[in-house]
Design a binder for this molecule. Sequence first.
Ligand SMILES: CC(C)(COP(=O)(O)OP(=O)(O)OC[C@H]1O[C@@H](n2cnc3c(N)ncnc32)[C@H](O)[C@@H]1OP(=O)(O)O)[C@@H](O)C(=O)NCCC(=O)NCCS
Length: 331
Amino acid sequence: MSMIERVIAKAKSDVKTIVFPEGNEERTILAAERLMKEGIARPILLGDPEDISAFAVRLGADLTGITTMNPLSGGKFEKYAAALYEIRKNKGVTQSDAENLCLDPMYYGIMMVKMGDADGLVSGAVHTTGDMLRPALQIIKTKPEMKIVSSSFLMDCPDKSLGEDGLLVYADCVVMPCPTAEELAYIAIAAADTARRLCGFEQPRVAMLSFSTKGSAKHESVSKVQKAVEIAHELAPELLLDGEMQFDAALVPEIGESKAKGSPVAGHANVLIFPDLQAGNIGYKITQRIGKADCFAVLQGLNKPCNDLSRGCTVDDIVHTAAMTAVQAQA
Ligand SMILES: CC(C)(COP(=O)(O)OP(=O)(O)OC[C@H]1O[C@@H](n2cnc3c(N)ncnc32)[C@H](O)[C@@H]1OP(=O)(O)O)[C@@H](O)C(=O)NCCC(=O)NCCS
């Protein structure tokens, strides 16, 4: 069973409600049909119910059992607008602003998750990452024990000698352009948690990546990673985490042994933390395109799960992201 097949099986074991703010988008409608039919999640499609039905007829999609609603017909518009006003009034949001925001399916969907009327949210087939992330950060906010929201990419590589039977977790590849040492430490701790929950790693082994291994080079960007290692050890002393180390020292046992002798992680890492977003984003794309890995992205650190799609996503991608969101919601 592949990692994503295991995630889907787990999602089916305790079915969660997932809201899709882009409910009148064709791939989303087809994905919702599959999620419902296969018992992976209970989808809610936001948008004009008549439009959604017309699309479904055109696509030959059966929406039996799937809730469709627009913000005004959902019956909770006033409650959500009042709650949104309370959450954001100290940021200058007025009651009337809150009402306008709740007319936007993205904000309405996020309020559904915030208020417990949906367990998680998936969007991004049409909107950008920032369109979803900004309201999620403002309204759902981070978990109490987390300072920041970041992302992990679950990389399923054809070379099964890498990581955990070919599975590696990369972070952060989407959210934090220039993390500080402390933020990098939080990214590492969140990625280890994602590795446990979604990949089933019993023992995440976290490598803090750099162009230096154990002081082999000196630069302020290396010092940042060294500081992040210290902070992560203080925040999560039980976590197997080491660095700074180069990519090859993290993954190749002989190189890990020669460059970072005695490290509990070097040569056997299954979670790789990149020093910034440039490195992380480029790194996952190299692994995907040249290494032919399948990759699955999730946000981590949010108090309730919301996940982003790429605008070029397929129906399969939406189903997979919804399944991962549902498993995050089980926690
Ligand atoms: C995440 C992101 C969208 C935030 O956008 P922004 O417009 O700069 O947002 P702001 O800085 O105004 O922050 C909005 C709120 O989110 C909070 N916030 C921002 N980033 C955060 C993070 N990573 N974790 C937790 N909260 C965060 C801010 O504190 C602020 O909260 P407040 O309004 O309650 O004070 C921005 O960091 C970003 O664009 N990241 C890169 C995304 C990207 O393009 N990735 C590549 C895609 S492949």
